[in-house]
Design a protein around this ligand. Structure first.
Ligand code: ARG
Length: 475
């Protein structure tokens, strides 16, 4: 059923209808559309624009439709254009012309903008919850390997020894920033477009502030043209989701490398790896690869929406219908990837022995020599040079730094004595790095405690928000 037949002599051409149609994807807005219709109805009734009897009839249909939608019983018709027209069609089928009263003062322009905000808030909260589950899995793993030395890398080359728990915990920080982003996105997104009508507001006595409150928003948007045209909240949500995806892709890459037989640091659980159809011996890190690969579509979805918005005239243009599929896709993608990565992280076993053996390899303790000289007041540039010479000697003689002789140390720098050997151990290098956020065990302990508190507080904020959102949806 079209919502706009009056001034036309024919219906749309088949190709026009096919291109305009969005109900096959925007049906997902149904619960939010019905909920915002209830809010709109209550304002129409409050202003005396719909009498109590009609209002009760309409409200009953809206509630019936809510139940049907949530049971999967609501049927879309061939000629439904979008979810807004499908729901209005169903309303008219049930109570005839009375159903048409609900459209007073409302356009699909403010309607779809409202629905999509509600949809986004609901789903971003869900994603936020999944992110905290992944954080918990990462933090638990980090604690399990809190005392395991491993080489840290720069340029994928051994750099300095670190504790493996420190290595794992870094990911928790990245996701904490994503949660922060969701939190402030939420504060910015929580304004209602309803009441803006097509673009100019309404001559009817509507109360946008009141509908906003009924829908759990913090307020109504201050400009009706902006209200129907703004999709910043979609673009921002897509950026946050892409950023989460990029963080997941870096975990994915790390896991792929650690699971190679050359590294053999990570042993994936059978339930979180896959086999090959031709090579029976294979155990592949497909979850890690998909975590890496899915980042592409998440970035693509953000690009699609920003490009669609660029240069778009005001107010509503049909281009805006292109906001939904990218958003739905990014949300669906993360709903799949996050739990799989959480499971993969939680079930991976790491080879402490291999990591510990690798920790001092590649002269990763060379910085200790430089720092030792700095503590003896040697300027760092000179100290760096001296440490480099030690590496060159050790390399040419095929030995480790602590195996250099006293004469060799002395030949490099007069302040370099054999006592330097005391810092040329992995334990020494680790426990010395006590700066805030450093890899020393004492710092790691503090870091874990802070992360644990952060995760707990994020979880409580998210569950409170989700609770009030679902109470609001229950109407
Ligand atoms: N399906 C449309 C969308 O998603 C709803 C708004 C249609 N408004 C209009 N003026 N044609 O954008």
């Amino acid at each position: 059923m079209a919502l706009w037949g009056g001034r036309f002599s024919t219906g749309p051409a088949e190709s026009v209808f096919a291109l305009s149609r969005s109900v096959h994807f925007d049906y997902r807005l149904a619960p939010y559309d019905l909920r915002s219709s209830l809010a709109h109805l209550s304002v129409l009734e409050g202003s005396g624009l719909i009498d109590k009897g009609d209002s009760a009839k309409i409200a009953k249909v809206l509630r019936d439709l809510m139940t049907e939608v949530s049971n999967g019983d609501f049927g879309i018709h061939e000629d439904d254009e979008d979810i807004h027209s499908a729901l209005e069609r169903a309303m008219m089928e049930r109570i005839g012309d009375t159903g048409g009263k609900l459209r007073a003062g409302r356009s699909r322009n403010d309607q779809v903008a409202t629905d999509l905000r509600l949809f986004s808030i609901d789903h971003m909260l869900h994603i936020a919850g999944l992110v905290t589950e992944l954080q918990s899995a990462l933090l638990a793993k980090a604690k399990e390997y809190a005392d395991a030395p491993a080489p840290g890398f720069t340029h994928l080359q051994h750099a300095q020894p670190i504790l493996f728990g420190h290595e794992l915990a870094k990911h928790v920080h990245a996701f904490a920033r994503d949660l922060d982003r969701i939190n402030d996105w939420l504060a910015r997104t929580s304004y209602s477009p309803l009441g803006a009508g097509a673009l100019a507001g309404s001559s009817l006595p509507l109360k946008p502030e009141e509908t906003a409150k009924l829908l759990g928003f913090n307020g109504a948007i201050g400009n009706s043209i902006d209200a129907v045209s703004d999709r910043d909240f979609v673009a921002e949500a897509l950026f946050i989701l892409a950023m989460v995806g990029v963080h997941l892709s870096r975990i994915g890459e790390e896991w792929c490398i650690m699971a190679t037989s050359e590294f053999a640091w990570a042993k994936l659980d059978d339930a979180f790896s896959t086999g090959s159809s031709i090579m029976p011996q294979k155990k592949n890190p497909d979850m890690a690869e998909l975590a890496r690969g899915k980042a592409g579509r998440l970035v693509g979805n953000l690009t699609a929406v920003l490009t669609m918005l660029k240069g778009l005239p005001f107010a509503y243009n049909r281009d805006l219908q292109e906001d939904k599929e990218p958003l739905f896709d990014s949300i669906d993608t993360l709903n799949l990837v996050l739990p799989a990565v959480t499971g993969m992280v939680a079930t991976t076993a790491f080879n402490r022995k291999k990591m510990a053996e690798a920790a001092p390899a590649g002269f990763s303790l060379a910085t200790e020599i430089a720092d030792y000289l700095v503590r003896k007041n040697v300027p760092f540039a000179q100290a760096h040079e001296a440490a480099g010479k030690c590496v060159a000697i050790a390399e040419s003689q095929n030995k480790e730094l602590h195996q250099l002789t006293e004469t060799e140390f002395q030949s490099v720098h007069k302040d370099l004595d054999v006592a330097v050997r005391t810092v040329l151990t992995v334990d020494g290098a680790l426990s010395g790095r006590t700066t805030h956020g450093g890899t020393a065990p004492s710092e790691l302990k503090k870091q874990f405690a802070e992360l644990e508190n952060q995760i707990k507080s994020a979880q409580s904020i998210i569950s409170n928000e989700a609770k009030s959102f679902s109470e609001m949806m229950g109407g």
